[in-house]
Unconditional design. Structure first.
Length: 486
């Protein structure tokens, strides 16, 4: 709730205090929005232009490690479209660690198109590639210290194909999603990898969603995610996976409340799920939403095009308590924007790309230890191959400054929590170990069929997403942004 004081300042109340169990409030000056926009514009820095030689078209969120370094991926290089893994050191100098055009240790079967990276509790970095590998369905890999990669699993189609995300639990279990595959008629999978074995937890179908696009581990130990299509209205879903009861649909998008969610979710400490859709809403330009499981969806903002269009990445809940994000299109030059959403619900378009400083950001933002937000654009810059940019978190008046007690923050793995030693780590919820019996039975059946022979390769022509339903066509037509992005 927002009330205005006699002095013209706004008082935001009704913000839950996580530590004291009460509601608190803070002051917001009436001119803060304009000051914040000016601050971001003056301090915005596009500090690296990709050249093809060091990669091109970065499309996933950067990963920050305790030393303060940032890791990321690109989808193309001068040798083709295979991609790279890179590192930004403390001086923000870029170093290519792995080029997927070279030998990647996968027995001569090259993998390529890497997606977002994640860090395990032991400090190792893992990721997925959407294509290639021994069975042509993509791979799960670990990045080694010398820049080479160790292939942990080759996807065959029956266990999924085109993996798009992997995340880690507190115990080191890797969970992930694939865009297609699973079984005849299945449209993607939810999987777990532990002890050198991959287990399919769920095979998606039209009823619960087609082509999962994002995954996050909630504070309650459940997995939450989105699918870009399917569901009751054919326009995508939000789902919950409980290790005891299996997968359930939390919400089916119908157009007015958003459509085609191509990004994952951000989970707050109160269990609220924040996310975006690429289409739908009043202007068919996408929305920002909030959902507390068990409650109706709440639309926080509907993009107009002028303030951004087609958000393709998860929002970031920064240490100041505000949500930050990007849109792939919209703004003055239709090259994308950066936005902020206040705890009060006030929306501000902070920055609009002009192509020279980058264009078409498809990745979410990452807060580093220096309290700057870092991101990438998939195009634009000096060579038209994409950029890396940053801007500082806007300084707030003392009365408006958020504190850990008055805001919620996204769930982080122990490895990620190490990056902010000054912030107390929340106690993780016990992680359930029970896998639904139906998933075990299906996995056993697949194991019986899988002989490991070379002919059991994934055939890209045999497993494709089903044709969009008629109600979905108006949203998908002409839209290239149909892939989950970091």
């Amino acid at each position: 709730m927002l009330r205005r004081s006699r002095l013209g300042w706004f008082i935001a109340i009704g913000i839950a205090c996580a530590s004291c169990g009460t509601d608190v409030g803070f002051l917001v000056p009436p001119g803060d929005r304009d000051a914040v926009i000016a601050n971001v514009g003056q301090n915005f820095e596009s500090f690296h232009d990709f050249t093809d030689n060091d990669g091109s078209a970065p499309q996933t969120r950067l990963l920050v490690v305790p030393r303060g370094e940032l890791y990321g991926t690109t989808t193309g290089t001068s040798e083709g479209d295979r991609g790279t893994v890179f590192r930004l050191d403390s001086s923000r100098t870029l170093d290519v660690l792995h080029d997927f055009n070279t030998d990647d240790g996968s027995a001569g079967a090259a993998t390529y198109a890497p997606s977002a990276l994640t860090r395990l509790p032991d400090g190792s970095i893992v990721g997925v590639t959407k294509a290639g590998g021994e069975r042509l369905g993509g791979a799960l890999f670990r990045l080694l210290d010398d820049g080479s990669i160790d292939i942990l699993h080759h996807f065959s189609g029956r266990d999924g194909a085109n993996p798009v995300q992997a995340i880690a639990s507190d115990r080191g279990t890797i969970y992930g999603i694939t865009e297609v595959g699973g079984s005849q008629g299945a449209q993607g999978t939810l999987f777990a990898y532990e002890g050198d074995r991959l287990t399919v937890l769920h095979r998606f179908s039209d009823a619960d969603g087609i082509s999962p696009t994002g995954l996050v581990l909630g504070e309650d130990g459940r997995l939450y995610g989105t699918t870009r299509a399917g569901g009751q209205y054919g326009l995508g879903t939000m789902f919950q996976f409980d290790f005891a009861t299996g997968l359930s649909v939390l919400h089916a998008f119908g157009g007015a409340d958003g459509a085609v969610p191509v990004a994952g979710l951000t989970v707050a400490e109160d269990g609220s799920l924040y996310g975006t859709t690429a289409r739908g809403g009043a202007n068919d330009s996408g929305v920002i939403f909030r959902l507390l499981p068990g409650s109706p969806i709440e639309i926080l903002h509907e993009f107009s095009g002028e303030d951004g269009s087609t958000p393709a990445a998860p929002v970031t809940l920064a240490s100041d308590g505000y949500l930050y994000g990007t849109t792939e299109f919209g703004g003055r030059g239709n090259s994308g924007t950066i936005f902020r959403l206040a705890p009060t619900g006030a929306f501000a378009s902070l920055y609009q790309f002009s192509s020279r400083d980058g264009a078409f950001p498809r990745a979410g933002l990452t807060e580093a230890r220096d309290r700057w937000l870092y991101g990438t654009t998939s195009s634009g810059g000096a060579f038209g191959r994409g950029t890396i940019f940053r801007f500082p978190l806007p300084a707030l008046p003392e009365g408006d400054r958020a504190t850990p007690a008055t805001t919620v923050s996204p769930r982080a793995t122990p490895a990620e929590r190490e990056t902010e030693d000054a912030i107390a780590s929340p106690t993780p919820a016990p992680e359930a170990r029970l896998v639904p019996s139906v998933a075990l039975a299906a996995e056993a059946a697949l194991d019986a069929l899988d002989t490991g022979a070379p002919e059991n390769k994934y055939d890209p022509a045999a497993l494709k997403p089903v044709a969009p339903q008629p109600s979905e066509l108006s949203y998908l037509a002409g839209s290239p942004t149909l892939y989950p992005l970091g």
